[in-house]
Every structure is written in structure tokens, then in C-alpha cells.
Design a protein around this ligand. Structure first.
Ligand SMILES: Nc1ncnc2c1ncn2[C@@H]1O[C@H](COP(=O)(O)OP(=O)(O)OP(=O)(O)O)[C@@H](O)[C@H]1O
Length: 700
């Protein structure tokens, strides 16, 4: 029995607790006294007590032996039962309330307490000794393994790098996926990079499995080196985004994935921008969602997303919070705070960001001087704005007028808003010179990710991670795997989590009441463009499940002074004449073969089929969009077998430079208007032209 003290109700008896030496003895003696007095008063035969005591001694002995207690403890407990029973028998016969009886009972109590304490100490000492012995055994085995590893690697480093190191420690990773060797470099001015640059040869010499590496980095001082050796390939496996959606803060970093030792790697974005490079199919879209998940969980971040490819990166984060009319439902906030899918909306967003940055600079002077800092103190009351721009690097590199305007605004935000808490995450299909050649990006975006997914083309890791050695694309030939480097953590292999659509929905719901609101000062500077971002007209495209295609938008806008509202416009080649020619040829070819649409002025051959605006070939006639027509031709040509976005994009890449994302947008639109039918699910999903769709009549 023990007591716990409660602040307002006083001590509470805890009947479930075990006995200590004092409470045990007290319990035993008071028990004996109670039995003796009531037994004597009721005329109970004293012999019964003796029988009960003997049974108790036997029972306790059995359980003590079962619990593997020491012989001394077993003996003490049995003796306590017998002595207690003996006293009770005697006291019942002679009268329990005499001085002699009570005195002897008190003496027995003290004796029992002392004996119990002594045996308890003995028991604890025995237990500690057993634990220590087990630990010594494990340590002996471990240190034998470590000694063997140390010896092997001293040899290997000597053989491969010609450097004789002295290993000071080998730390086995708790995840069981590798170890780190801490070694002293030989005297004579040898530096760690003599070993770092031989990473690939060391890995081969150690016969490490694919995807595992031996990478050397700086040790605690310049005469020491740390060699991280991965022995289990965590890059190959699909690791799902952790289901703990607890709150995060920008200041403590946002987890973006796993290192090869299964440690989380975090991006610290208070001052840094990020650049995520990944060719199509490398898992870039998935990584964007992982990034958005982290921002949604943060209590001091508002996420603004620009995705000119039908807003697809941001939509899953908005949809769960939209009601049936497409407006944000009461009480539910989307996982992103603003989503732009057109050049126009993106321009409004970036202009607002610039106004906020400039206004914050003035309005928060006092606050910053009180906090003695030149960085705006970001918190849930003054949140940081993270602008995630999918394929933003391509906007920076693009030469069309609208994209150039956006590019200027993006660079202005990056240039002026660091201290005022607005940073960007740009993604890119390739680490092109136009992106990494930009000083602003090189200087401000030091959180870098390269998703390789087995792609070697256009992957210049040396440019993206200057100063790092031994990084090879073929070390991470898996989807969602690649390299990540931040100012805090040197570039090395990493794996992004796989995030599933249902997780996105769950995170939107779980974080809905956690998002900060834009501070009033910033909101005022952002003005109505920000306040009315969820307005019906501005979000109509979200209700339609996809952004309006270029065709529709252009038609709605009446082709006003060449305003480019869509990413599709980027598909135009530099030479409009040859493109026109190509478009005409395609039209003729396809119309001749399939009679897709009637010529203006001719009776339609498909009266039952209302023309789908902007999505059949006749609607495209004035579109100057050869790439889109070529894609449709490919879809038709694929027949009942169908085809996919990647295959179409590959076929168009050379001639039109079309991205897979763009093709995905077209396929989506064609599926929605019935031009194409999607068959199969997951990786087996294919698109079939409606003429070849299962159940379609051949004449159709
Ligand atoms: N972290 C990951 N772990 C495991 N598999 C992944 C991961 N990320 C992506 N994948 C797989 O790769 C496929 C393609 O991913 P994703 O759509 O993100 O690629 P992408 O690079 O954005 O391609 P695209 O630009 O063509 O859309 C996914 O359907 C999934 O099966």
C-alpha cells in the first residue's frame, strides 16, 4: 500500500500498490491483531489460524519461487506467515489485548519490517547484477563486431585511398541500416576529402548493396573524418508519410523525407528558399504534396501555391474544404491558403506578396527593434508565407512575355522578402542553366533536392550541389529517391515519403483549425486581391474539377491582346509558320481518317453528339496548337489498347517540348468532355479515344 498526494484532496490510499517493508509489516501485524481480537471474541478455535498461516506460507513460497525471487526472500516471506500465525494462535488462546501480547506483536512487526527491508535490498541488488551481466554480454558481442568493422575499414581505406586512419569509434545506427566510423587522419596534412572523393570505390570494395554508400564527411576537427556506411537500402522501399499529423513549426524544421540511415531530414526555411528538381516520373508531384503536408501541419506557415498546370498540385489540398457549390465550407479551411492556376491569378498573388513584404518592413520596425533582430519574428500571429511554385523554374526559364513577367515578380519576392518572412519553394523538371545560373536562386535557395528516379539525362548533381563529391545519379534509381542538401545537412541520398490521396484529405481535416491567419497588417497590404481569393468567379475552375483549358479561357477572354492565360501557350514553337503548317497537316490527316468534326458550313455527321467546345479538332482549328493536336492524333492512333501521358509526352518531347504534366491536363479535359475514356487503375491506367472505347460503335 502506498500513498499519493493530490493537490486538493489530500493523501489517497492506493490499494493496488505492492507492499514495502514498512507497510507490509504494518499490514501483517494489524491483520494479526484484528484476527486475534475478533477470533477470541467469537470463540474461534486457535488451531484454525495456524492452519491458515501454514497455507499462506506455502502459497507465498510457490508464487515467490515462480517469480524467481532469491531463497532469502522466499524464506523471509514464509517465516513471516508462520510467525504471524503462531502469534495469533497464542494470542487467541491467552487474550490478545494483554500488554505481553501487544508488546510481542509490536516486536514481531519491527522484526518483520527489518527482515523485509534487508531481503528487498538483496533482491534489488540481484536484479541489477543480472541486468548488468546481460548488458556486458551484449557489449562484448557488439564491441567484437565493432572491432571487426574498424579493422576491415582501416584496411579498406588504406587500400582504396592510400590513407592510414586510426579508428576511434564505430557507432552502429539504431535503425540497423548501417554505421558511422569516427577516425583520425594520419599526420602530414591529409584532409577528409581524400576519402570523400573515393566514395564510389569504397562502396564497391565493401561490396555494399545497390543504393548503399560509404560517404566521408568532416569530423569534429580537421584531423578527423566521419565515414557513414549504409548497409541496407532504404531508398528502394516505399515509405508512407508518417500518420502522425501533429503540429510543426517553421523554426524547428519541416520534415521532407528520410536519409539512408532512416533518420528524418528537415528543411529549415525561415531564411532559405528551396529548389526541388525532378524529371517527369521521378516522384516530383508526390514530393510537392509531402512539402505541402509539412506546411499544412505548421502553425506558423501560410502556403500559397502557383501551379499553371491546371492547379493540380494545390487542388487536393483545397477540394476537401470546398462545399458542393465550390465555396470553402464553413468551419473548414483548405490546406493551402491561396491557389493560382493561371498567369493572372499568379500575378495577383506575387504582387500581394511584394506589397506584404514592403509593408511588413515598415509596420514591424518597432517589433523588430524590441526583439533586437532584423528578421521579422515569425509566429502563429505573424505567419511566414511559403509560396510553392510548381515548375517555377520553367517559368523563370521561359521566354514568353507572360512568363517573363511572372519570373520577374518571383525573383523580386525572393530578393526582397527574406527578412520579412516570405520564401519560395520552386520545382523544376531539370536543373537547367537558366535556373542554377541565376545568382538569386544560387544564393537564396540553398535547400536543394534532386529526385532522380533513375533518370540520368540533365541531372547535373555537381551544379546543384556544388562542393559535394561522390554523388552519382545511379545511386538512387528509385521513384521518390534522390539527393537532398541544406545549409545544415550536406547533400546526400534521401527518400521522400509516399503520400496517398486519403492522407492528404486527412491532413486537410486534421490541420483545418491549426492554420494561422494572415496578420492584419499584412492582410491590409495584400488588399482585396487576397481577401477575395476564394470568390466564386475566381474559384469557378476548382468547381469544374479542372482549370479551364487554354482554349476555353482564351475564348472567354475573346483573345484579348494575346494575353497568355495558360501553360499551354508555352507549347508554341518559335516558328509559328511551321507550326501552322504542322497543325494543318495533322488536321487533314486526322479528319480524313476519322472525320472527327465537320467543316464549318457542312451538316454535322454526328447530330446526336453535341460539339464539345474547345475539345474537338474543329475547335482547335484556330488554336495554333500543334502539340495538342498531335497528342490527340497519338491517342487515336493508339487504338483500343490506349496510351498514357508519359508515352504521349515522350513522343512529343523532341518536336514540341511538351511536358507530361501538360499532356495530363489535356487527357483530363478530354476525359471530362468524353473525347477520351480512362481505363484501368493505378499504374495500369490508360486513355483510349472514345472511338476505341469498350462498347463504342465502330462508326462513331
Ligand atoms: N516517394 C515515393 N516512394 C515510392 N513511390 C513513389 C514515390 N513518389 C512517387 N512514387 C511513384 O511514382 C509515381 C509517379 O509519381 P509522381 O506523379 O509524383 O511523379 P512526377 O515526377 O510528378 O511525374 P509527372 O511529372 O510526370 O507527373 C507514383 O504514382 C508512385 O507510384
Amino acid at each position: 500500500m502506498s500513498t499519493t498526494t493530490q493537490a486538493d484532496t489530500g493523501p489517497v490510499w492506493d490499494w493496488a500498490a505492492g507492499h514495502g517493508p514498512v507497510t507490509g509489516a504494518l499490514s501483517a501485524t494489524t491483520g494479526c491483531l484484528a484476527v486475534a481480537t475478533t477470533g477470541a471474541a467469537a470463540g474461534m478455535p486457535p488451531g484454525w489460524v495456524l492452519a491458515v498461516g501454514a497455507a499462506g506460507a506455502i502459497g507465498h513460497t510457490v508464487t515467490s519461487i515462480r517469480d524467481r525471487l532469491a531463497a532469502r526472500t522466499v524464506g523471509m516471506r514464509a517465516a513471516s506467515w508462520l510467525v504471524g500465525a503462531g502469534w495469533t494462535t497464542w494470542a487467541m488462546a491467552t487474550g490478545p489485548l494483554s500488554w505481553a501480547a501487544l508488546g510481542s506483536l509490536a516486536t514481531i512487526g519491527v522484526g518483520m519490517g527489518a527482515a523485509a527491508r534487508a531481503t528487498l535490498l538483496h533482491e534489488e541488488a540481484r536484479e541489477l547484477e543480472a541486468i548488468a551481466a546481460a548488458e556486458r554480454q551484449v557489449a562484448r558481442e557488439l564491441s567484437a563486431e565493432r572491432r571487426q568493422i574498424a579493422a576491415e575499414w582501416v584496411d579498406r581505406i588504406q587500400r582504396v585511398c592510400g590513407v592510414t586512419v586510426r579508428v576511434l569509434a564505430v557507432e552502429m545506427w539504431p535503425t540497423g541500416t548501417g554505421f558511422t566510423i569516427d577516425a583520425e587522419l594520419p599526420p602530414g596534412g591529409i584532409t577528409y576529402d581524400r576519402i570523400a572523393r573515393e566514395s564510389a570505390r569504397l562502396s564497391a570494395d565493401a561490396r555494399l548493396p545497390h543504393g548503399c554508400t560509404a560517404t566521408a564527411s568532416q569530423g569534429i576537427d580537421q584531423g578527423r573524418v566521419l565515414v557513414d556506411v549504409t548497409t541496407v537500402n532504404v531508398l528502394a522501399a516505399e515509405v508512407t508519410y508518417p500518420s502522425d499529423y501533429g503540429p510543426l513549426s517553421l523554426h524547428s524544421g519541416i520534415p521532407w523525407g528520410l536519409r539512408t540511415n532512416a533518420d528524418e531530414i528537415r528543411a529549415y526555411l525561415r531564411e532559405q528558399c528551396a529548389l526541388v528538381v525532378g524529371p517527369t516520373g521521378s516522384g516530383k508531384t508526390n514530393m510537392v504534396h509531402t512539402i505541402l503536408a509539412g506546411f499544412a501541419r505548421a502553425t506558423d506557415v501560410l502556403t500559397w501555391v502557383i501551379d499553371l498546370n491546371a492547379g493540380s498540385a494545390g487542388l487536393p489540398w483545397v477540394r476537401p474544404a470546398l462545399d458542393s457549390s465550390g465555396q470553402t465550407a464553413d468551419g473548414m479551411r483548405p490546406g493551402v491558403d491561396w491557389l493560382a492556376a493561371s498567369h493572372e491569378e499568379a500575378a495577383l498573388m506575387l504582387d500581394a506578396a511584394v506589397r506584404i513584404a514592403k509593408h511588413r518592413k515598415m509596420a514591424y520596425q518597432d517589433l523588430m527593434s524590441k526583439a533586437n533582430t532584423d528578421l521579422l519574428p515569425i509566429s502563429d500571429r505573424i505567419p511566414q508565407i511559403m509560396i510553392v511554385i510548381d515548375e517555377g523554374a520553367e517559368i523563370l526559364a521561359s521566354s514568353d512575355r507572360e512568363s517573363r513577367k511572372l519570373a520577374e515578380k518571383i525573383l523580386e519576392v525572393i530578393r526582397i522578402a527574406r527578412a520579412m518572412g516570405i520564401r519560395t519553394v520552386l520545382t523544376a523538371l531539370g536543373a537547367t542553366g537558366a535556373v542554377l545560373g541565376n545568382l538569386m536562386i544560387r544564393r537564396e535557395a540553398k535547400v536543394r533536392v534532386a529526385l532522380t528516379g533513375g533518370e540520368t539525362e540533365g541531372m547535373d548533381l555537381g551544379k546543384q550541389f556544388p562542393g559535394s563529391r561522390g554523388l552519382r545519379v545511379d545511386q538512387a534509381p528509385y521513384k521518390g529517391a534522390g539527393f537532398m542538401g541544406t545549409p545544415e545537412s550536406p547533400a546526400a541520398l534521401f527518400k521522400s515519403w509516399r503520400i496517398l490521396p486519403n492522407q492528404i484529405r486527412d491532413i486537410v481535416a486534421a490541420t483545418s483549425d491549426r492554420h494561422p491567419t494572415l496578420d492584419a497588417t499584412s492582410a491590409k497590404a495584400a488588399g482585396p486581391d487576397y481577401a477575395r481569393r476564394w470568390d466564386h468567379v475566381r474559384t469557378a475552375w476548382m468547381r469544374d474539377h479542372a482549370a479551364p483549358s487554354a482554349t476555353e479561357q482564351d475564348r472567354q477572354q475573346g483573345h484579348t491582346d494575346g494575353l497568355n492565360l495558360s501553360a499551354l501557350r508555352e507549347e508554341r514553337s518559335a516558328d509559328p509558320l511551321s507550326e501552322d503548317e504542322l497543325a494543318r497537316k495533322f488536321r487533314e490527316q486526322i479528319d480524313a481518317q476519322f472525320a472527327t468534326a465537320s467543316e464549318p458550313g457542312h451538316p454535322t455527321r454526328e447530330p446526336e453528339q453535341p460539339p464539345a467546345p474547345g475539345l474537338n479538332l474543329s475547335a482547335l482549328r484556330n488554336e495554333d496548337n500543334a502539340a495538342r493536336q498531335a497528342a490527340l492524333a497519338l491517342l487515336l492512333a493508339a487504338g483500343p489498347e490506349g496510351t498514357g501521358a508519359s508515352a504521349i509526352a515522350r513522343a512529343l518531347a523532341d518536336e514540341h517540348g511538351t511536358t507530361r504534366q501538360t499532356v495530363v491536363g489535356w487527357l483530363k479535359a478530354w476525359t471530362e468532355d468524353g473525347t477520351a475514356v480512362r481505363v484501368g487503375t493505378g499504374t495500369k491506367a490508360r486513355y483510349v479515344h472514345r472511338r476505341h472505347a469498350p462498347g463504342a460503335s465502330p462508326e462513331e
